[in-house]
Design a protein around this ligand. Structure first.
Ligand code: 2P0
Length: 329
C-alpha cells in the first residue's frame, strides 16, 4: 500500500471563470487568470488501502464527509484508478483551512490537493500540466491551483480537453501583492458554482456577452502583470467580477450571491481609492469580498474592511506556491 499527502493553496480569479463548453470534462467556455494564495488551502492524504472494504472512506475536517462531497470525490478517484489500472478503494482525509463551500474557493485547493495526492499514491508520474488537466476534471478552478503565483487557465479548443490546462505567468513572479479577504457571512452559499454556471449559461441573456468579454480582460490582465501595474490589474479584476455577477443575476431564476456587507465592503474599497490607496475588489460565488492591494497597504486595507458594517473578520493572504506532495510512504 502506498499513501501520499499533498497540500494546495486556493486561488482567487482576477479574470473569472463562469461557464463551461463541456460539462462532463469541466472544459471552460473562456480562459481565466488567478492568484494562488499561501494560506487558505487544503491538505489531503490519500491511501489506496481498500477504504472501508466496499467503498471509499472519505473524511473532511476530521468527520465523515457528506454524501455530495463523497460522490464527487469518489467519481474523481475513479478517474485516477482508471488511469493507474488499480481497483482498490481509498481512504481520504482532507482538511480545509477555510470553511468548505462558503465561496472561499475550497473546491480549487481541494481538487488540486486530491489530484496531486491521489496521483502520487496511485503511482502515476504526472507532469504539472497533466496534474492541471486531472485537477480540472474535479473542479475547473482547481486546474489553476496546481501552479503558484499568477496563473492563466486556457479554455482550449480540443474536445478531449488536453489543451484546457493552466500555466504559471512567470512575468508576475515576486510581485508583492496581497489579497485581503473580508468574510461577510457564516455558512454555506445558497447555490454551488457548478449549478449556477449551468443556469447562467442556459437562461441568462447576458451570458454570451460575458463569455465574449473575457479575452480582452485576459489580455489587459497579462499586460498589467508584466508591467507590475496594480491599478491596471485591479481595474480589470473589478470589471471581470462585476460582469460575471451581472450575467448570473440575469439568470432565471436569478443568482445573487451578495449580502448588504458585500456592498458595504465594495463601498469601503472605493473610499480607500479616493484616499489614494490602490485597492480593488473581486467577489466569487459567495458574499465575501477579496481585495487586491500592495503588500505595504494590506494592514490599512484590512483595518478599513474590519470597520465595515457586516464584515465578520478579515485575513491577509500572499501569493503562494503550487500544489505539492509533502509526504509519501
Ligand atoms: C473562478 N469561480 O474563476 C470562478 C469565479 C467562482 C466564481 O471557479 O463546476 O468550483 O467545479 O468547475 O471551479 C468556482 O467554480 O466550478 C469558480 P466547477 P468551480 O474562480
Amino acid at each position: 500500500m502506498t499513501s501520499a499527502t499533498a497540500v494546495a493553496g486556493t486561488n482567487i480569479a482576477l479574470v473569472k471563470y463562469w461557464g463551461k463548453r463541456d460539462q462532463t470534462l469541466n472544459l471552460p467556455a473562456a480562459g481565466s487568470l488567478s492568484l494562488t494564495l499561501d494560506r487558505l488551502g487544503t491538505r489531503t492524504r490519500v491511501a489506496f488501502d481498500g477504504g472501508d472494504g466496499s467503498a471509499d472512506r472519505i473524511a473532511l475536517d476530521g468527520a465523515p464527509a457528506g454524501q455530495k462531497f463523497v460522490s464527487r470525490a469518489s467519481a474523481f478517484l475513479d478517474r485516477v484508478r482508471g488511469r493507474a489500472a488499480i481497483s482498490a478503494c481509498a481512504t481520504v482525509e482532507t482538511f480545509n483551512s477555510v470553511p468548505t463551500a462558503a465561496g472561499l474557493a475550497s473546491s480549487a485547493s481541494g481538487f488540486a490537493a486530491l489530484a496531486v495526492a491521489a496521483a502520487q499514491a496511485a503511482g502515476l508520474d504526472l507532469s504539472p500540466v497533466e496534474l492541471s488537466e486531472l485537477a480540472r476534471l474535479g473542479s475547473g478552478s482547481a486546474a489553476r491551483s496546481i501552479f503558484g503565483g499568477f496563473v492563466e487557465m486556457a479554455p482550449g479548443s480540443r474536445a478531449d480537453g488536453h489543451d484546457a490546462v493552466a500555466h504559471a505567468l512567470d512575468s508576475g513572479a515576486g510581485w508583492e501583492v496581497r489579497l485581503v479577504v473580508a468574510i461577510t457571512a457564516a455558512g454555506e452559499k445558497a447555490i454551488g458554482s457548478t449549478a449556477a454556471m449551468a443556469r447562467t449559461a442556459a437562461t441568462s441573456p447576458y451570458y454570451g456577452a460575458w463569455v465574449r468579454s473575457v479575452e480582452d480582460d485576459l489580455s489587459a490582465a497579462r499586460t498589467a502583470i508584466a508591467a507590475r501595474d496594480l491599478n491596471g490589474l485591479g481595474t480589470v479584476a473589478e470589471r471581470s467580477a462585476l460582469r460575471m455577477h451581472a450575467s448570473a443575476m440575469a439568470a432565471d431564476p436569478p443568482i445573487l450571491y451578495w449580502n448588504p456587507a458585500t456592498l458595504a465592503a465594495m463601498a469601503t474599497v472605493r473610499a480607500l481609492r479616493e484616499r489614494g490607496v490602490s485597492a480593488f475588489f473581486t467577489i466569487d460565488a459567495g458574499p465575501h469580498v477579496k481585495v487586491l492591494c500592495a503588500a505595504a497597504e494590506a494592514d490599512a486595507v484590512a483595518a478599513a474592511l474590519n470597520g465595515t458594517a457586516g464584515v465578520l473578520r478579515t485575513l491577509i493572504a500572499a501569493p503562494g506556491p503550487g500544489a505539492r506532495v509533502v509526504e509519501a510512504a
